[in-house]
Design a protein around this ligand. Sequence first.
Ligand code: SF4
Ligand code: SF4
Length: 392
Amino acid sequence: MTPEQLLHESDLCVKCGLCLPHCPTYRITQDEGDSPRGRIALIQALLCGQLQSTPRLHAHLNRCLGCRACERACPSAVQYGRLIDGVRAIRSRQRPAARQWLYRKALGLLTSPRLLSIGARLLRLLPRHGSATAPFLHMQRLIGLCPNFSRPIRWQTAYPPAGKHAGRVALFLGCISRFSDQAALLSARRLLNRLGWEVIVPPKQVCCGALFQHAGEPATAQKLNAQNQAAFGAQPFEAILTIASGCGAHIKEHGALPAPIVDISSFLKQHSWPESIALEPLPQTVAVHAPCSLQTADAVYPLLNRIPEIELIPLADNALCCGAGGINLITEPEMADALLTPKLASLQRCRATILLTSNTSCALHFAAGIRSTGLEIEVLHPIQLLERQLRP
Ligand code: SF4
Ligand code: SF4
């Protein structure tokens, strides 16, 4: 969006403040600058030249998680997500060339499983308190979130179905989820095959681009989309399935692929299952987290209710972001942890033994929080649980 378009969009905000109670960062700091209304006012003042581009101003904008709870609450239909992405893109263009280059390289590192895994191994060789620079601290935080950094497995390009052929789908692997959510991806592939779906895994697929879009680098996001268009364009598919709701939401809104991108739970709910498929009972309490990018997660409940004796409980305050939005999980650790704390308390209160979530960064954030508090709760993707309960 051009500065003029951004100003036009921000002018739709009537400053009513109805979005404020829905904003997770405002709830924590109670600072107007950390609210949607305050951020819109800052964006307007910045674009009109009434305020300088200072670190303090950008700290307020950077703390925004991009959860878009404000958009859902706004009676004036302000497209807040486009505003914050747009102003970050303007800021990115204004950086000196060397800093912009570094910034892009850092984002590229975050979305490259191969480079991340090499970086993580190198970082472990450095003294624990060797450096307090931001990139070092961010990398350390990332490693804390993914303690079991492993090499991504080699995927075959095609997996034939078991039994009667239901159709052909493609599996979207994502960038970080390719290694942090490997178990969920493997479960998805096995479950789809058991249900009769042929699964294609195009080898040249890349990151969806969401991280770049929300970090002010829309041109890179578009480039990645073009690479994915070519990677998924070689064969016809009924759908391209994703296990990470953040990737799915981004591609639906900003990208275009040769087949519809569909959340795997929605897909499995829409299609009938062979009668021969039976699931083992699970007499346990299972909490269900709804990621911001999948707030209408109704597909998960009917799907999981196929498991006999399961007790499903929506996690309290599911409409509030867990703190893992965008890259804030790494760059704003204090805010991310402050938002997670009440969710961990809710989890403990409901005595769940398993927490299900359909988004990669939320899963990493919850799992790290659960590890650090010593809770014995497993964090799984809904598809992992379904596949685990399949009778042989
Ligand atoms: S973003 Fe929407 S809800 Fe929030 S202050 Fe502006 S008009 Fe009101
Ligand atoms: S996107 Fe989320 S964190 Fe950002 S202003 Fe809106 S509600 Fe607040």
